[in-house]
Design a protein around this ligand. Structure first.
Ligand SMILES: Cc1cc2nc3c(=O)[nH]c(=O)nc-3n(C[C@H](O)[C@H](O)[C@H](O)COP(=O)(O)O)c2cc1C
Ligand SMILES: O=C(O)C(=O)c1ccccc1
Length: 350
């Protein structure tokens, strides 16, 4: 992979040229009229940065420690499904690139490589496991035990999906299942000898969070919280971190941009636990804006997919390296020595 690709959008163009059009659409598209998909990126464009000068800050430090996991940069790999649609090595390639970048990869429950095989392929990677609670709690527990045994360091429970989002473009393309030879390997049921379908269930409630809390000693991150009242409830239920997300605009269309939700959630949490966010991060300056508004770190979904489709492990490594360089550069231009110096005064609404 030798092309000059100076920005995330160049990786998207390269990915689009290589992917089956229906698979590109699956990765790119969102629910409904894609109001939320567009809002996620547009909201960053409406936030301006007000740099400080003559601070002699030197080269910025951008490492973070989250729930005991160390990351060399405040950009994590968001959980995304079906990496083998983008590259034959799939999640193994993504995990190797995340390990090389020394950041956390959140492995999707809907991965096309079993979590044990991801770990084996990327020794030294720091992995968190994303879970959709399945109504069959015995099966949910079996999945949690696999993630624990594989060495995952946190459980990211996605709560924005009581039903699957309606994505019209997938319907137009007739895309509703993985091709022959690919499966969600984390859903393999040894007792039945089959792979179970992922159930997105409207019966999941706070009781299930309590059950998970008692089931595992792993820190629990609640992904997909948008309402400040839910942020407060989450603290009552003992979660270790909140993860503000609208699922990249793929679930309920019309939810505000993630970065616009951050200030209220951060205020509701009051520093009790870390607040992560994703949605629309395409530049180092976006990372800086989100962290100035109180995020402890951010995650990227589609940019990683574009790197993977454009150039496999090397492509993901380049996307993560690009974001790292851009974060350092943006902090330097803001006159800051560390991401810890980011504060709301750096950001102006325009
Ligand atoms: C193709 C694709 C698959 C996804 N699969 C999952 C998933 O399996 N579990 C999950 O919690 N979120 C999933 N997400 C949502 C991402 O974790 C994340 O919230 C979103 O991509 C962030 O927005 P961004 O793509 O603008 O960075 C998926 C997103 C995309 C684009
Ligand atoms: O496509 C998605 O956004 C997603 O979250 C998902 C979850 C399970 C299976 C496939 C996709």
């Amino acid at each position: 992979m030798t092309a000059v690709l100076p920005a995330i959008r160049d990786f998207e163009a390269a990915a689009r040229a290589r992917l089956d059009p229906a698979h590109y659409d699956y990765f790119a598209c969102g629910a409904g009229d894609e109001v939320t998909v567009k809002a996620n990126e547009a909201a960053f464009a409406r936030l301006a940065l007000l740099p400080r000068v003559l601070r002699g800050a030197g080269s910025p430090r951008i490492g973070v420690t989250l729930l005991g996991s160390r990351a060399a940069m405040p950009v994590l790999v968001a959980p995304t499904a079906f990496h083998r649609l983008a590259d034959p090595e799939g999640e193994k390639a993504t995990a190797r690139a995340a390990a090389a970048a020394e950041t956390v990869m959140i492995v999707s429950m809907a991965a096309t490589v079993a979590v044990e095989d991801v770990v084996a392929a990327a020794p030294g990677a720091t992995l968190w496991f994303q879970l959709y609670v399945q109504p069959d709690m015995a099966f949910t527990e079996a999945i949690v035990r696999r993630a624990e045994a594989a060495g995952c360091a946190a459980l990211v429970v996605t709560v924005d999906s009581p039903a699957r989002g309606r994505r019209d473009q997938d319907v137009r393309n007739g895309f509703d299942d993985l091709p022959e030879g690919m499966r969600c390997e984390n859903l393999r049921d040894d007792d039945r000898g089959t792979v179970r379908p992922i159930v997105m269930s409207p019966v999941i409630s706070w009781e299930h969070v309590d059950l998970l809390r008692r089931m595992t000693r792993l820190p629990i991150v609640l992904k997909g919280v948008t309402h400040p009242a839910d942020a407060r409830l989450a603290l009552d239920h003992g979660v270790s971190a909140l993860y503000v997300s609208n699922h990249g605009g793929r679930q309920l269309d019309g939810v505000p941009a993630s970065v616009d939700l951050l200030p209220e959630i951060v205020a509701a949490v009051g520093g009790a636990v870390p607040v992560l966010m994703d949605g629309g991060i395409r530049r180092g300056t976006d990372v800086v804006k989100a962290m100035a508004l109180g995020a402890s770190a951010v995650a990227v979904g589609r940019p990683v997919i574009w790197g993977l489709a454009a150039g496999g492990e090397c492509g993901v490594a380049r996307v993560l390296g690009l974001l790292r360089d851009e974060v350092e550069h943006a902090l330097t231009l803001c006159g800051l020595a560390s991401t810890h110096d980011l504060e709301p005064g750096l950001v102006r609404r325009c």
